[in-house]
Ligand binder design. Structure first.
Ligand code: N01
Length: 558
């Protein structure tokens, strides 16, 4: 049996004064990192978080563009392990702004006295597993070296911004902004002529706000999106009381919902009701707003193409009704399945195109090729006279952050190289060949309400580490066969939904938005609720997909 009092025997041969020893090293101070820190406390392990930013927040530290906010209801976008923590916090709006999300994370970190375990302005550059010592050696861009028993990546699903490599990108004389790396200082667009490239969730949020301020906004759209009305509103006192009272019900509800949202999936198939009833239910969903439109209306929107087509046409009719100029309205109407790309929630997005100071340019058949001193050039046209260009062009999602770090496993193989050939994980949490390494919201985990996915993944990691400690072994890694099975399940469940159509529309869920990236499902879309069941089956069944062992002593090191 392992020593339960002192589960981690610190390596004796570390070079004194060079590497700092820590039981668990966590990369990233967002929701995932903080939740993991809490779990380490419960495990009795010493942990630290390293982060490249100057402060905590993860996504909400970097994505501080005007209009940035969650699209999960704020009261369900939280830590679930402490009712008390949330009881003392007041959620302000249905969807929290970026600074409210940051405020919540700061509040939690202070209430739980977590800050002393965080070190900022350090980017992890390499992480190498040393077989003979069963440690991870981690280096930062500040020249520090750490050694740890467990390495946990909470480096984020969307933390590496993608900026298309247009020719002459340095030529533009005006200001350049990236939504995913927005300056801390206020950006004043008053009286300015602004170009916005990209109409995904970030573009959809930033465009209406800039349009309010700027003299003129030109939106460059490659693919239109099904933007669903968010219907944001302040949280009333009565709602706040209900949020506190119903905390446990909310948590239970999220765990049962396909995307871990605080809503109840419809049990009715669109096909099973009359066309009049379909329209009535969809109208009601549209008025409620948010993802309720997709999940509380009918249960076959994501799985039945004919039902999906009815809902897609419903949204197109709404776009045509909102946008006054018929040509612009048509440009804004998507022609693919709803959910083939991730639908954003909008805050008066389509209405923005009725403003006299906003125009839309379709670059789907006439791609942007180069920047110029005053603007940009597409293949056939030139657009100039801009004071600022805003790139809302997305992320190298899912795998991007870990690929940037030189992470090397048992045979010195790198994660980047491994994932260039094939992406295989166990639950998006661990991998074969990378022992004692865990990912929070890693690739092949569900893409859903992030704090809930994080919560369940961290609980599973904690149970796995408890299992290691109890077994007396010190090395744990996913079995290759378990990873193969999970990967097949990820693909099969994806193929059962319209999300598979994302291949034809650059969906970042499939890695299609990044030139040269492996094309594979980056997420499990078989239902967050089913994912939680799978996690519980694995931990309750004694972690059959994992192998537990003693370290391999290699001859050269012995
Ligand atoms: O990125 P995106 P995002 N020329 O990849 C366009 C989460 N999020 O940052 O669709 C012209 O969706 C690209 O065009 P196309 C959320 O999960 C959440 O907006 O590839 N255009 C697209 O329009 C979301 O899904 C929240 O044809 C180019 C846009 O840039 C994810 O982050 C808020 C181009 C990129 O859209 C990513 O959203 C914000 C080029 N060369 C984000 N290259 C909330 O919680 C790219 N584009 C509410």
């Amino acid at each position: 049996m392992g020593n339960r009092e002192d589960p981690i025997m610190k390596p004796k041969n570390q070079s004194a004064g060079q590497a700092e020893w820590i039981d668990v090293l966590i990369i990233g101070a967002g929701f995932g990192g903080l939740r993991m820190l809490q779990e380490c406390r419960e495990l009795g392990l010493e942990a630290i978080i390293l982060d490249a930013a100057t402060d905590l927040g993860g996504t909400w530290y970097w994505n501080r563009y005007p209009g940035a906010r969650t699209d999960t209801e704020s009261w369900a976008y939280c830590f679930y392990f402490s009712e008390k923590l949330n009881e003392q916090y007041s959620f302000k709006e249905r969807y929290a702004t970026w600074d409210s999300s940051l405020d919540y994370l700061n509040y939690a970190a202070d209430a739980l006295d977590m800050r002393r375990h965080m070190r900022f302005e350090r980017r992890v550059t390499t992480a190498r597993y040393i077989n003979s010592e069963n440690v991870w050696e981690v280096q930062t861009d500040t020249g520090e070296t750490y050694r740890c028993r467990y390495l946990v990546s909470a480096s984020g699903v969307l933390s590496v911004a993608y900026k298309p490599p247009f020719k002459n990108s340095e030529a533009f004389n005006g200001k350049v902004y990236l939504t995913a790396n927005w300056p801390k200082e206020h950006v004043d667009f008053a009286g300015k002529r602004v170009a916005v490239i990209g109409t995904g969730a970030s573009g959809v949020q930033v465009i209406p706000i800039i349009a309010h301020e700027a003299a003129h906004v030109t939106v460059f759209q490659r693919t239109p999106n099904y933007v669903l009305p968010a219907r944001n509103a302040p949280v009333t006192d009565a709602q706040q009381r209900a949020i506190r009272r119903d905390f446990h019900q909310m948590v239970a509800q999220c765990r049962k919902q396909v995307f871990a949202f605080p809503m109840t999936d419809s049990k009715v198939a669109l096909k099973s009701v009359s066309p009049e009833e379909q329209q009535r239910v969809l109208e009601r969903g549209w008025e409620i707003g948010g993802f309720q439109f997709a999940f509380e209306t009918f249960n076959d929107i994501l799985t039945d193409r004919e039902s999906n087509a009815v809902v897609a046409e419903f949204v197109r009719k709404k776009i045509r009704a909102i946008v006054k100029d018929p040509k612009t309205a048509e440009m804004l109407c998507p022609d693919y399945a709803l959910f083939a790309k991730r639908p954003p929630l909008g805050h008066f997005y389509f209405e923005t195109f009725n403003r006299p100071n906003v125009n839309l340019v379709d670059v789907s058949d006439d791609p942007i090729e180069a920047m110029t001193a005053t603007g940009l050039k597409t293949r056939t046209r030139e657009f100039g006279d801009f004071d600022a260009v805003v790139y809302a062009t997305g992320f190298d999602g899912g795998t991007g952050a870990l690929v940037k770090i030189d992470v090397r496993g048992t045979n010195n193989q790198s994660i980047a190289e491994t994932w260039r050939k094939s992406l295989q994980t166990q639950f998006g949490i661990c991998m074969n060949g990378f022992p004692n390494f865990f990912m929070i919201s890693g690739p092949q985990a569900p893409f859903a309400n992030t704090p809930m996915i994080v919560d369940r993944a961290v609980t599973w990691i904690g149970d796995c580490i408890r299992h290691v400690q109890a077994s007396g072994d010190t090395v744990v890694e996913a079995r290759a066969e378990a990873c193969e099975n999970w990967t097949k399940f990820v693909q099969t469940t994806m193929d059962m939904t319209v999300l598979a159509d994302g291949a034809g529309v650059n969906s970042w869920f499939l890695g299609k938005n990044i030139p040269g990236k492996l094309q594979a499902p980056l997420f499990f879309f078989g239902g967050a609720n089913n994912y939680f069941i799978e996690l519980e089956k694995e931990s309750g069944g004694g972690f059959k997909g994992m192998q537990f062992r003693r370290p391999t002593i290699d001859a050269a090191a012995a």
